[in-house]
Write a protein that binds this ligand. Structure first.
Ligand SMILES: *Cc1c(COP(=O)(O)O)cnc(C)c1O
Length: 495
Protein backbone atom coordinates (compact mmCIF):
# COMPACT_ATOMS: atom_id res chain seq x y z
CA UNK A 1 0.00 0.00 0.00
CA UNK A 2 1.51 3.30 -1.05
CA UNK A 3 0.32 6.48 0.57
CA UNK A 4 0.44 9.90 -1.01
CA UNK A 5 -1.50 12.57 0.79
CA UNK A 6 -3.25 15.13 -1.43
CA UNK A 7 -1.29 18.35 -1.68
CA UNK A 8 -3.04 21.45 -2.96
CA UNK A 9 -1.47 24.87 -3.15
CA UNK A 10 -4.67 26.17 -1.66
CA UNK A 11 -4.62 29.84 -0.71
CA UNK A 12 -6.57 31.12 2.26
CA UNK A 13 -10.17 31.91 1.49
CA UNK A 14 -9.38 35.62 1.77
CA UNK A 15 -6.81 35.27 -0.96
CA UNK A 16 -9.28 33.56 -3.28
CA UNK A 17 -11.52 36.52 -3.76
CA UNK A 18 -11.87 40.18 -2.89
CA UNK A 19 -13.83 40.72 0.25
CA UNK A 20 -16.71 43.10 0.35
CA UNK A 21 -18.18 44.70 3.42
CA UNK A 22 -21.56 43.19 4.25
CA UNK A 23 -24.67 44.99 5.34
CA UNK A 24 -24.57 46.66 8.75
CA UNK A 25 -26.15 44.50 11.47
CA UNK A 26 -29.91 45.05 11.49
CA UNK A 27 -31.63 46.51 14.52
CA UNK A 28 -33.35 43.74 16.44
CA UNK A 29 -36.33 44.80 18.55
CA UNK A 30 -35.48 44.42 22.21
CA UNK A 31 -31.71 44.09 21.64
CA UNK A 32 -29.89 46.94 23.41
CA UNK A 33 -28.11 49.26 20.98
CA UNK A 34 -24.75 48.81 22.74
CA UNK A 35 -24.81 45.09 21.92
CA UNK A 36 -25.10 45.72 18.17
CA UNK A 37 -22.00 45.03 16.10
CA UNK A 38 -20.74 48.37 14.85
CA UNK A 39 -18.20 47.38 12.23
CA UNK A 40 -19.40 45.70 9.04
CA UNK A 41 -18.47 42.06 8.48
CA UNK A 42 -16.38 41.38 5.42
CA UNK A 43 -17.13 38.31 3.34
CA UNK A 44 -15.11 36.82 0.50
CA UNK A 45 -17.20 36.98 -2.68
CA UNK A 46 -17.24 33.35 -3.77
CA UNK A 47 -19.70 30.98 -5.39
CA UNK A 48 -20.99 28.02 -3.44
CA UNK A 49 -18.97 25.67 -5.65
CA UNK A 50 -15.76 27.61 -5.02
CA UNK A 51 -16.34 27.43 -1.26
CA UNK A 52 -17.08 23.71 -1.45
CA UNK A 53 -13.89 23.03 -3.41
CA UNK A 54 -11.84 25.12 -1.02
CA UNK A 55 -12.91 23.19 2.07
CA UNK A 56 -12.88 19.80 0.35
CA UNK A 57 -9.28 20.39 -0.68
CA UNK A 58 -8.31 21.43 2.82
CA UNK A 59 -9.99 18.29 4.18
CA UNK A 60 -7.89 16.18 1.81
CA UNK A 61 -4.72 17.58 3.35
CA UNK A 62 -5.79 16.35 6.75
CA UNK A 63 -5.67 13.14 8.72
CA UNK A 64 -8.55 11.64 10.67
CA UNK A 65 -9.96 8.42 12.05
CA UNK A 66 -11.88 8.12 8.77
CA UNK A 67 -8.64 8.05 6.78
CA UNK A 68 -6.63 5.44 8.66
CA UNK A 69 -5.55 4.00 12.01
CA UNK A 70 -4.93 6.56 14.72
CA UNK A 71 -2.55 4.98 17.24
CA UNK A 72 -2.27 7.91 19.62
CA UNK A 73 -1.78 6.15 22.96
CA UNK A 74 -3.94 7.21 25.92
CA UNK A 75 -6.25 9.16 23.59
CA UNK A 76 -8.43 6.18 22.57
CA UNK A 77 -9.03 7.38 19.03
CA UNK A 78 -12.00 5.21 18.10
CA UNK A 79 -14.56 5.35 15.35
CA UNK A 80 -17.52 7.64 16.04
CA UNK A 81 -20.57 5.74 14.75
CA UNK A 82 -22.59 7.61 12.12
CA UNK A 83 -25.89 6.80 13.80
CA UNK A 84 -24.85 9.02 16.74
CA UNK A 85 -24.00 11.84 14.36
CA UNK A 86 -27.40 11.57 12.66
CA UNK A 87 -29.25 11.59 15.99
CA UNK A 88 -27.21 14.48 17.42
CA UNK A 89 -28.20 16.62 14.42
CA UNK A 90 -31.93 16.02 14.71
CA UNK A 91 -34.02 19.07 15.49
CA UNK A 92 -34.86 18.15 19.08
CA UNK A 93 -31.17 17.73 19.89
CA UNK A 94 -29.26 20.01 17.56
CA UNK A 95 -31.55 23.01 18.04
CA UNK A 96 -32.03 22.66 21.76
CA UNK A 97 -31.50 25.94 23.60
CA UNK A 98 -30.18 26.08 27.16
CA UNK A 99 -32.75 28.74 28.10
CA UNK A 100 -35.85 27.04 26.74
CA UNK A 101 -38.42 26.08 29.38
CA UNK A 102 -37.80 22.72 31.01
CA UNK A 103 -41.30 21.60 30.05
CA UNK A 104 -40.24 21.74 26.38
CA UNK A 105 -36.99 19.83 26.91
CA UNK A 106 -38.25 16.82 28.84
CA UNK A 107 -36.82 14.32 26.37
CA UNK A 108 -33.37 15.87 26.56
CA UNK A 109 -33.47 15.98 30.35
CA UNK A 110 -34.57 12.35 30.47
CA UNK A 111 -31.64 11.39 28.25
CA UNK A 112 -29.21 13.18 30.59
CA UNK A 113 -30.83 11.52 33.58
CA UNK A 114 -30.60 8.09 31.97
CA UNK A 115 -26.97 8.68 31.01
CA UNK A 116 -26.19 9.63 34.61
CA UNK A 117 -27.82 6.41 35.87
CA UNK A 118 -25.89 4.39 33.31
CA UNK A 119 -22.60 6.00 34.33
CA UNK A 120 -23.21 5.25 38.00
CA UNK A 121 -23.25 1.58 36.96
CA UNK A 122 -20.15 1.94 34.79
CA UNK A 123 -18.18 3.67 37.58
CA UNK A 124 -19.69 1.97 40.63
CA UNK A 125 -20.05 5.44 42.17
CA UNK A 126 -23.54 6.66 43.15
CA UNK A 127 -23.57 10.27 41.91
CA UNK A 128 -22.76 11.74 38.50
CA UNK A 129 -22.51 15.25 37.06
CA UNK A 130 -22.25 15.72 33.29
CA UNK A 131 -20.93 19.28 33.48
CA UNK A 132 -17.16 19.24 32.80
CA UNK A 133 -16.18 19.85 29.19
CA UNK A 134 -12.97 17.79 29.13
CA UNK A 135 -10.89 15.42 31.19
CA UNK A 136 -8.68 18.21 32.50
CA UNK A 137 -11.78 20.24 33.36
CA UNK A 138 -13.16 17.27 35.31
CA UNK A 139 -9.87 16.90 37.18
CA UNK A 140 -9.87 20.55 38.13
CA UNK A 141 -13.53 20.48 39.23
CA UNK A 142 -12.94 17.33 41.29
CA UNK A 143 -9.98 18.92 43.07
CA UNK A 144 -12.17 21.93 43.90
CA UNK A 145 -14.60 19.40 45.39
CA UNK A 146 -11.78 17.90 47.44
CA UNK A 147 -10.89 21.40 48.66
CA UNK A 148 -14.50 22.13 49.63
CA UNK A 149 -14.74 18.81 51.44
CA UNK A 150 -11.66 19.49 53.55
CA UNK A 151 -12.71 23.09 54.15
CA UNK A 152 -15.98 21.81 55.64
CA UNK A 153 -14.01 19.48 57.88
CA UNK A 154 -11.64 22.24 58.96
CA UNK A 155 -8.67 20.39 57.46
CA UNK A 156 -7.92 22.56 54.45
CA UNK A 157 -5.04 24.46 56.09
CA UNK A 158 -3.28 21.19 56.70
CA UNK A 159 -4.17 19.11 53.61
CA UNK A 160 -2.26 20.94 50.92
CA UNK A 161 -0.61 18.09 49.03
CA UNK A 162 -1.72 16.13 45.97
CA UNK A 163 0.28 12.95 45.31
CA UNK A 164 0.86 11.71 41.77
CA UNK A 165 2.64 8.69 40.31
CA UNK A 166 5.47 9.41 37.87
CA UNK A 167 3.30 7.86 35.13
CA UNK A 168 0.62 10.55 35.56
CA UNK A 169 -0.76 12.43 32.58
CA UNK A 170 0.47 16.03 32.45
CA UNK A 171 -3.01 17.38 33.09
CA UNK A 172 -3.02 15.83 36.61
CA UNK A 173 -0.25 17.98 38.13
CA UNK A 174 -1.51 21.00 36.17
CA UNK A 175 -5.05 20.61 37.59
CA UNK A 176 -3.72 20.09 41.11
CA UNK A 177 -1.58 23.21 40.89
CA UNK A 178 -4.42 25.30 39.44
CA UNK A 179 -6.68 24.13 42.27
CA UNK A 180 -4.13 25.51 44.75
CA UNK A 181 -2.40 22.31 45.91
CA UNK A 182 1.28 21.47 45.88
CA UNK A 183 2.22 18.24 44.13
CA UNK A 184 4.49 15.40 45.09
CA UNK A 185 5.63 12.62 42.77
CA UNK A 186 5.51 8.96 43.79
CA UNK A 187 8.06 6.80 41.94
CA UNK A 188 7.07 3.63 40.11
CA UNK A 189 8.50 0.17 40.48
CA UNK A 190 8.26 -2.05 37.39
CA UNK A 191 5.80 0.44 35.91
CA UNK A 192 3.35 0.47 38.85
CA UNK A 193 3.03 2.63 41.96
CA UNK A 194 5.78 1.77 44.44
CA UNK A 195 3.69 0.97 47.50
CA UNK A 196 6.50 1.57 49.98
CA UNK A 197 7.17 5.03 48.57
CA UNK A 198 3.46 5.80 48.71
CA UNK A 199 3.28 4.65 52.32
CA UNK A 200 6.11 6.91 53.35
CA UNK A 201 4.70 9.86 51.38
CA UNK A 202 1.12 9.88 52.71
CA UNK A 203 0.51 11.98 55.79
CA UNK A 204 -2.05 14.29 57.34
CA UNK A 205 -0.99 16.78 54.65
CA UNK A 206 -2.31 14.50 51.88
CA UNK A 207 -5.46 15.83 50.25
CA UNK A 208 -5.61 13.43 47.34
CA UNK A 209 -3.83 10.75 45.34
CA UNK A 210 -4.55 10.84 41.60
CA UNK A 211 -4.23 7.63 39.66
CA UNK A 212 -5.31 6.08 36.39
CA UNK A 213 -5.84 2.33 36.25
CA UNK A 214 -4.74 0.72 34.01
CA UNK A 215 -1.96 3.27 34.16
CA UNK A 216 -0.22 5.01 31.28
CA UNK A 217 2.33 2.19 31.01
CA UNK A 218 -0.68 0.01 30.11
CA UNK A 219 -0.34 -1.93 33.38
CA UNK A 220 -3.12 -2.71 35.81
CA UNK A 221 -2.26 -1.50 39.30
CA UNK A 222 -3.04 -4.79 41.01
CA UNK A 223 -2.18 -3.33 44.43
CA UNK A 224 -5.08 -0.94 44.04
CA UNK A 225 -6.96 -2.05 47.16
CA UNK A 226 -3.88 -1.59 49.30
CA UNK A 227 -3.23 1.77 47.64
CA UNK A 228 -6.81 2.84 48.48
CA UNK A 229 -6.44 1.70 52.07
CA UNK A 230 -3.12 3.52 52.44
CA UNK A 231 -4.55 6.80 51.18
CA UNK A 232 -7.79 6.49 53.16
CA UNK A 233 -6.01 5.59 56.39
CA UNK A 234 -4.15 8.91 56.09
CA UNK A 235 -7.51 10.67 55.60
CA UNK A 236 -6.89 11.48 51.91
CA UNK A 237 -9.13 11.11 48.88
CA UNK A 238 -8.47 8.79 45.94
CA UNK A 239 -9.02 10.24 42.46
CA UNK A 240 -9.57 8.09 39.37
CA UNK A 241 -8.38 9.55 36.07
CA UNK A 242 -10.85 7.67 33.87
CA UNK A 243 -9.12 8.32 30.56
CA UNK A 244 -8.07 4.66 30.45
CA UNK A 245 -11.46 3.23 31.37
CA UNK A 246 -11.82 1.58 27.96
CA UNK A 247 -9.82 -1.43 29.17
CA UNK A 248 -12.08 -2.24 32.13
CA UNK A 249 -15.50 -1.22 30.82
CA UNK A 250 -18.13 -3.53 32.32
CA UNK A 251 -15.43 -5.75 33.86
CA UNK A 252 -14.52 -3.78 36.95
CA UNK A 253 -14.91 -0.15 38.00
CA UNK A 254 -13.39 2.61 40.13
CA UNK A 255 -16.02 2.13 42.86
CA UNK A 256 -14.87 -1.45 43.42
CA UNK A 257 -11.26 -0.27 43.52
CA UNK A 258 -11.99 2.17 46.34
CA UNK A 259 -11.89 5.47 44.45
CA UNK A 260 -13.82 8.44 45.90
CA UNK A 261 -14.19 10.42 42.70
CA UNK A 262 -13.58 9.79 39.00
CA UNK A 263 -13.70 11.61 35.73
CA UNK A 264 -14.57 9.74 32.56
CA UNK A 265 -13.61 10.96 29.12
CA UNK A 266 -16.78 10.28 27.14
CA UNK A 267 -14.87 11.57 24.13
CA UNK A 268 -12.46 8.67 24.49
CA UNK A 269 -14.25 5.64 25.94
CA UNK A 270 -17.75 6.43 24.64
CA UNK A 271 -16.85 7.22 21.05
CA UNK A 272 -17.68 10.88 20.74
CA UNK A 273 -15.55 12.97 18.39
CA UNK A 274 -12.45 14.57 19.82
CA UNK A 275 -9.18 16.15 18.91
CA UNK A 276 -7.95 19.65 18.38
CA UNK A 277 -8.93 20.70 21.87
CA UNK A 278 -12.60 19.96 21.99
CA UNK A 279 -15.45 19.79 22.52
CA UNK A 280 -15.27 16.99 25.04
CA UNK A 281 -17.13 15.59 27.99
CA UNK A 282 -15.09 14.85 31.11
CA UNK A 283 -18.02 13.87 33.31
CA UNK A 284 -17.59 13.31 37.05
CA UNK A 285 -18.75 10.48 39.29
CA UNK A 286 -18.41 10.59 43.06
CA UNK A 287 -18.98 8.48 46.14
CA UNK A 288 -20.89 9.46 49.26
CA UNK A 289 -18.23 11.77 50.72
CA UNK A 290 -17.70 13.94 47.64
CA UNK A 291 -21.09 13.49 45.92
CA UNK A 292 -22.71 16.54 47.59
CA UNK A 293 -19.93 18.76 46.20
CA UNK A 294 -20.52 17.89 42.53
CA UNK A 295 -21.18 20.86 40.22
CA UNK A 296 -24.77 22.07 39.69
CA UNK A 297 -27.22 21.78 38.07
CA UNK A 298 -28.04 18.12 38.56
CA UNK A 299 -30.86 16.42 36.69
CA UNK A 300 -33.58 15.08 38.99
CA UNK A 301 -36.74 13.11 38.37
CA UNK A 302 -39.93 14.10 40.19
CA UNK A 303 -42.70 11.65 39.42
CA UNK A 304 -42.72 11.59 35.63
CA UNK A 305 -41.11 15.01 35.24
CA UNK A 306 -37.45 15.86 34.89
CA UNK A 307 -35.95 19.11 36.06
CA UNK A 308 -32.63 20.78 36.79
CA UNK A 309 -31.79 21.12 40.43
CA UNK A 310 -29.59 24.01 41.55
CA UNK A 311 -30.42 23.60 45.22
CA UNK A 312 -27.34 21.75 46.44
CA UNK A 313 -25.85 23.82 49.26
CA UNK A 314 -22.48 22.02 49.28
CA UNK A 315 -21.95 22.08 45.51
CA UNK A 316 -18.86 23.82 44.16
CA UNK A 317 -21.33 25.60 41.84
CA UNK A 318 -21.55 25.93 38.12
CA UNK A 319 -18.47 25.27 36.04
CA UNK A 320 -19.79 25.29 32.48
CA UNK A 321 -22.44 27.10 30.47
CA UNK A 322 -25.67 25.17 30.00
CA UNK A 323 -25.51 21.62 31.37
CA UNK A 324 -22.39 20.24 29.77
CA UNK A 325 -21.89 19.35 26.12
CA UNK A 326 -25.32 17.90 25.36
CA UNK A 327 -24.38 16.74 21.86
CA UNK A 328 -21.57 14.62 23.26
CA UNK A 329 -23.71 13.26 26.08
CA UNK A 330 -26.24 12.16 23.50
CA UNK A 331 -23.62 10.41 21.37
CA UNK A 332 -22.19 8.67 24.43
CA UNK A 333 -25.65 7.49 25.46
CA UNK A 334 -26.34 6.12 21.97
CA UNK A 335 -22.97 4.32 22.02
CA UNK A 336 -23.66 2.77 25.43
CA UNK A 337 -27.22 1.58 24.81
CA UNK A 338 -26.51 0.30 21.32
CA UNK A 339 -23.75 -1.90 22.78
CA UNK A 340 -25.61 -2.93 25.91
CA UNK A 341 -23.89 -4.37 28.95
CA UNK A 342 -22.42 -7.39 27.19
CA UNK A 343 -21.36 -5.24 24.24
CA UNK A 344 -19.46 -2.81 26.44
CA UNK A 345 -17.63 -5.71 28.06
CA UNK A 346 -16.73 -6.87 24.60
CA UNK A 347 -15.35 -3.40 23.82
CA UNK A 348 -12.93 -3.72 26.75
CA UNK A 349 -11.89 -7.29 25.95
CA UNK A 350 -11.35 -6.55 22.31
CA UNK A 351 -9.37 -3.36 23.04
CA UNK A 352 -7.09 -5.27 25.42
CA UNK A 353 -6.66 -8.09 22.89
CA UNK A 354 -5.74 -5.56 20.20
CA UNK A 355 -3.18 -3.99 22.49
CA UNK A 356 -1.51 -7.29 23.30
CA UNK A 357 -1.53 -8.51 19.71
CA UNK A 358 0.02 -5.33 18.35
CA UNK A 359 2.41 -5.18 21.32
CA UNK A 360 3.79 -8.61 20.39
CA UNK A 361 4.17 -7.65 16.74
CA UNK A 362 5.88 -4.29 17.32
CA UNK A 363 7.98 -5.74 20.14
CA UNK A 364 10.03 -7.47 17.40
CA UNK A 365 11.40 -4.12 16.29
CA UNK A 366 11.92 -2.13 19.48
CA UNK A 367 12.25 -3.13 23.14
CA UNK A 368 9.20 -3.09 25.39
CA UNK A 369 10.05 -1.79 28.85
CA UNK A 370 7.28 -3.84 30.50
CA UNK A 371 6.91 -6.96 28.43
CA UNK A 372 4.01 -8.47 30.34
CA UNK A 373 0.38 -8.63 29.36
CA UNK A 374 -0.96 -5.12 29.05
CA UNK A 375 -4.29 -3.34 29.18
CA UNK A 376 -5.45 -0.47 27.01
CA UNK A 377 -2.08 0.51 25.48
CA UNK A 378 1.56 -0.56 25.44
CA UNK A 379 4.95 1.10 25.50
CA UNK A 380 8.01 0.75 23.34
CA UNK A 381 11.33 2.49 23.78
CA UNK A 382 13.07 4.19 20.87
CA UNK A 383 16.45 4.16 22.69
CA UNK A 384 18.16 1.72 20.23
CA UNK A 385 17.47 4.16 17.38
CA UNK A 386 19.77 6.70 19.02
CA UNK A 387 22.82 4.63 18.04
CA UNK A 388 21.81 5.19 14.39
CA UNK A 389 21.40 8.92 14.97
CA UNK A 390 17.62 8.67 14.79
CA UNK A 391 15.20 10.11 17.29
CA UNK A 392 11.80 8.79 18.28
CA UNK A 393 10.39 11.96 16.74
CA UNK A 394 11.89 10.97 13.37
CA UNK A 395 10.21 7.57 13.54
CA UNK A 396 6.87 9.21 14.37
CA UNK A 397 7.21 11.52 11.37
CA UNK A 398 8.23 8.61 9.13
CA UNK A 399 5.08 6.71 10.14
CA UNK A 400 2.96 9.58 8.80
CA UNK A 401 4.43 8.87 5.38
CA UNK A 402 2.90 5.39 5.62
CA UNK A 403 -0.57 6.92 5.89
CA UNK A 404 -1.09 5.99 9.54
CA UNK A 405 -1.07 8.27 12.56
CA UNK A 406 1.96 8.22 14.83
CA UNK A 407 1.74 6.90 18.39
CA UNK A 408 2.07 9.22 21.38
CA UNK A 409 5.78 9.90 21.96
CA UNK A 410 7.94 10.99 24.91
CA UNK A 411 5.18 10.10 27.39
CA UNK A 412 5.21 8.74 30.08
CA UNK A 413 8.51 10.25 31.07
CA UNK A 414 9.67 7.27 33.13
CA UNK A 415 10.54 5.47 29.87
CA UNK A 416 13.42 6.78 27.77
CA UNK A 417 12.25 7.74 24.26
CA UNK A 418 8.77 6.43 25.09
CA UNK A 419 6.43 5.37 22.28
CA UNK A 420 2.87 4.71 23.46
CA UNK A 421 0.62 2.77 21.09
CA UNK A 422 -3.12 2.26 21.33
CA UNK A 423 -5.41 0.96 18.62
CA UNK A 424 -8.80 0.43 20.24
CA UNK A 425 -11.49 -2.15 19.57
CA UNK A 426 -12.79 -0.49 16.42
CA UNK A 427 -9.61 -1.51 14.54
CA UNK A 428 -9.79 -4.90 12.80
CA UNK A 429 -7.05 -7.53 12.70
CA UNK A 430 -6.33 -6.40 9.16
CA UNK A 431 -5.85 -2.82 10.42
CA UNK A 432 -3.47 -4.06 13.12
CA UNK A 433 -1.48 -6.11 10.60
CA UNK A 434 -1.25 -3.13 8.26
CA UNK A 435 -0.10 -0.95 11.14
CA UNK A 436 2.59 -3.50 12.05
CA UNK A 437 3.75 -3.64 8.42
CA UNK A 438 3.88 0.16 8.23
CA UNK A 439 5.83 0.25 11.48
CA UNK A 440 8.32 -2.30 10.15
CA UNK A 441 8.89 -0.31 6.94
CA UNK A 442 9.38 2.87 8.97
CA UNK A 443 11.66 1.53 11.70
CA UNK A 444 13.93 -0.34 9.24
CA UNK A 445 14.32 2.61 6.89
CA UNK A 446 17.67 4.40 6.49
CA UNK A 447 18.60 7.06 9.07
CA UNK A 448 18.75 9.69 6.29
CA UNK A 449 15.19 8.98 5.18
CA UNK A 450 13.93 8.81 8.74
CA UNK A 451 15.43 12.19 9.52
CA UNK A 452 13.99 13.69 6.32
CA UNK A 453 10.43 12.44 6.95
CA UNK A 454 7.69 13.26 6.25
CA UNK A 455 8.03 13.44 2.47
CA UNK A 456 4.46 12.76 1.36
CA UNK A 457 2.41 15.12 3.49
CA UNK A 458 1.00 18.50 2.62
CA UNK A 459 2.73 19.96 5.68
CA UNK A 460 6.32 18.96 6.48
CA UNK A 461 7.95 19.33 9.87
CA UNK A 462 6.59 22.25 11.77
CA UNK A 463 8.54 24.30 14.27
CA UNK A 464 6.80 22.79 17.28
CA UNK A 465 8.35 25.13 19.82
CA UNK A 466 7.25 28.17 17.85
CA UNK A 467 3.81 26.68 17.25
CA UNK A 468 3.36 26.30 21.01
CA UNK A 469 4.92 29.59 22.10
CA UNK A 470 3.82 31.86 19.31
CA UNK A 471 0.60 30.49 17.82
CA UNK A 472 -1.10 32.21 14.88
CA UNK A 473 -4.60 30.91 15.25
CA UNK A 474 -6.70 32.98 12.90
CA UNK A 475 -6.55 35.20 9.85
CA UNK A 476 -6.69 38.36 11.93
CA UNK A 477 -3.50 37.35 13.77
CA UNK A 478 -1.74 36.48 10.54
CA UNK A 479 -2.82 39.73 8.95
CA UNK A 480 -1.54 41.74 11.88
CA UNK A 481 1.78 39.93 11.79
CA UNK A 482 2.35 40.19 8.07
CA UNK A 483 1.01 43.74 7.90
CA UNK A 484 -1.20 42.70 4.97
CA UNK A 485 -4.03 45.14 5.44
CA UNK A 486 -5.55 44.80 1.97
CA UNK A 487 -7.36 41.53 2.36
CA UNK A 488 -9.64 39.94 4.84
CA UNK A 489 -11.85 41.27 7.53
CA UNK A 490 -11.02 44.60 9.13
CA UNK A 491 -8.77 44.49 12.17
CA UNK A 492 -10.76 44.06 15.38
CA UNK A 493 -11.95 47.35 16.84
CA UNK A 494 -9.99 48.52 19.88
CA UNK A 495 -11.84 47.46 23.04
C1 LIG B 1 -6.62 12.46 27.69
C2 LIG B 1 -6.17 12.26 29.08
C3 LIG B 1 -6.46 13.23 30.08
C4 LIG B 1 -7.07 14.59 29.80
O1 LIG B 1 -8.27 14.59 29.11
P1 LIG B 1 -8.65 15.83 28.17
O2 LIG B 1 -10.07 15.57 27.77
O3 LIG B 1 -7.70 15.80 27.03
O4 LIG B 1 -8.52 17.08 28.99
C5 LIG B 1 -6.09 12.92 31.37
N1 LIG B 1 -5.45 11.77 31.67
C6 LIG B 1 -5.14 10.84 30.74
C7 LIG B 1 -4.45 9.56 31.16
C8 LIG B 1 -5.49 11.06 29.40
O5 LIG B 1 -5.18 10.16 28.48
Amino acid sequence: MTFRQARWDEPSIWDLAPSTPGEPAPAIPGLPERMRRRERLHWPELSELAVLRHYTRLSQMNFGIETSSYALGSCTMKYNPRVSEVLARRKGAGELHPNQPESTAQGALELLWRLERLLTKVTGLPEVSLQPAAGAHGEYAALLMVRAYFRDRGELERRTEVLLPDTAHGTNPASATMAGFSTREIPSKDGCVDLESLKSAVSDRTACFMLTNPNTAGLFESNILEIAETVHRAGGMLYYDGANLNAILGITHPGRMGFDVAHLNLHKTFATPHGGGGPGAGVLAAGEKLGPYLPVPRVVKNGRKFRLDYDRPKSIGKIKTAYGNFGLDLRAYVFAISHGEAGLQHVARRAVLNSNYLGLRLGRFLPRPFSTLVKHEFLLSGTPLKARGVRTLDLAKRLLDEGVHAPTIYFPSLVDEAIMVELPETESKRDLDEYAAAFERAVTDTPERLRAAPQHLAVKRVDEVRAARDPTLCWKDLRQRTGNAEKGPPAPAAP
